[in-house]
Design a protein around this ligand. Structure first.
Ligand code: OSB
Ligand code: MG
Length: 369
């Protein structure tokens, strides 16, 4: 693959609503769009999904910039590659920084698919032409607000509802929701807000017929989750604890979860996501695609990876209008009846909207290759 230059577009976008999880509230989103340009003028795009504050993983927007500039771009410059699958092993000489690695690798994958004239979904081995999607609802000020939100998203057709929980906003709140929506597919995501000391409360969740509980315990744990899974019927889904195929293998071996949430950025890119997907498929562990409040480019990557066959549960990839007044891609990601059609055009299959890119850009860094 030939690279002429790599461009980092630093963007600032304000979400329509603040989004609250057990670790904090976010409304202003700052991130990088990575653009990889080849000598024929083809352009591939990736998105960094880290936040300005390291409260989901240790990475930040700033740390992503330093790692990309100081290490990842020089590595790509010095070591020619012929396929995007070679990016992950190249970068694996550096520890961690999966979101920085993934932002570059995503741009390389998009560029490669465009050079081949095929969709990114096809390049990754995706088979589905449409994907089922759910919605993730942040912690609301009151249960009344929450019920109102749920109703609105069900009317829009979303196929499952994920509710963020934290101590004080958990089993009682979920009981209230169940009373009003007895049959709706509902799950809860704790973002690591509990410990095994909360086991009695967590056991009570078994009465609520939840699809799963996502990451109830510590962010890097698989031991306590295995203990918890033995005590409860509700499937545990791991998010934060899974950074690699290795983590997925160990979690499955230990019985720490029955479902895995794959976030491309968290595991270091699309190649590793495909490997985790394949391993889970062989071991009868269903997966779904998580979200990081992405703008259009990251959203498009999520649509592409979700087209693989073992993404059997609805993911968190909502339509662009869930978070953005105006997204940076054309057309925007559209959800109808809880479905997104996987684009068939080359690469991510959505055009980057140049005007929007410029409108939201606060810095542009160019690197000759
Ligand atoms: O745990 O899945 C999570 C948002 C930010 C950080 C972590 C998570 C989330 C979400 C929202 O649940 C998913 C989305 O709509 O992008
Ligand atoms: Mg989660």
């Amino acid at each position: 693959m030939n690279f002429k230059k790599i461009i980092l577009h630093r963007l600032q976008m304000r979400m329509i609503f603040p989004f609250t999880t057990s670790f904090g509230t976010m409304q202003d989103k700052e991130f990088f769009i990575v653009e990889a340009v080849d000598t024929n003028g083809n352009r591939g795009f990736g998105e960094s999904v880290s936040f300005p504050i390291p409260w989901y993983t240790e990475e930040t927007v700033k740390s992503n910039k330093d790692i990309i500039e100081d290490f990842l771009i020089p590595m790509l410059r010095e070591h020619p590659i012929s396929h995007p699958d070679e990016v992950f092993p190249l970068f694996s000489r550096l520890r961690g920084n999966n979101m920085a690695k993934s932002a570059i690798e995503g741009a390389v994958w998009d560029l490669y698919a465009k050079q081949q004239g095929i969709s990114l979904a096809k390049a990754l081995g995706g088979e589905k032409q449409q994907i089922d999607v759910g919605i993730s609802i942040g912690i609301q000020p009151t249960t009344k607000d929450l019920l109102h939100e749920i109703e609105g998203f069900l009317e829009q057709g979303y196929k499952r509802i994920k509710l963020k929980i934290k101590p004080g906003h958990d089993v009682e709140m979920l009981r209230e929701v169940r009373k009003v929506f007895p049959d709706t597919p509902i799950m809860a995501d704790a973002n690591s807000a509990y410990t095994l000391a909360d086991i009695e409360m967590l056991k009570q969740m078994d009465d609520l017929n939840l699809l799963m509980i996502e990451q109830p315990l510590q962010h890097n744990d698989i031991i306590d989750h295995a203990k918890l899974q033995k005590e409860i019927q509700t499937p545990i889904c791991l998010d934060e604890s899974i950074h690699s195929l290795y983590d997925a293998q160990k979690a499955i071996e230990l019985g720490s979860c029955k479902i895995i949430n794959i976030k491309v950025g968290r595991v270091g890119g699309l190649s590793e996501s495909v490997r985790i997907h394949d391993y889970c498929k062989e071991h009868n562990i269903p997966v779904w695609c998580g979200g990081m409040l992405e703008a259009g480019v990251g959203r498009a990557h999520n649509v592409a990876i979700t087209s693989l066959s073992n993404f059997t549960l609805p993911g968190d990839t909502a339509g662009s209008n869930r978070y953005w007044e105006k997204d940076i891609i054309k057309p925007e990601v559209i959800v109808e009846d809880g479905i997104i059609h996987v684009p068939a055009g080359p690469g991510i299959g959505y055009e980057v909207d140049e005007d929007a890119l410029e409108e939201f850009r606060i810095e542009k860094l160019e690197y000759e290759m």
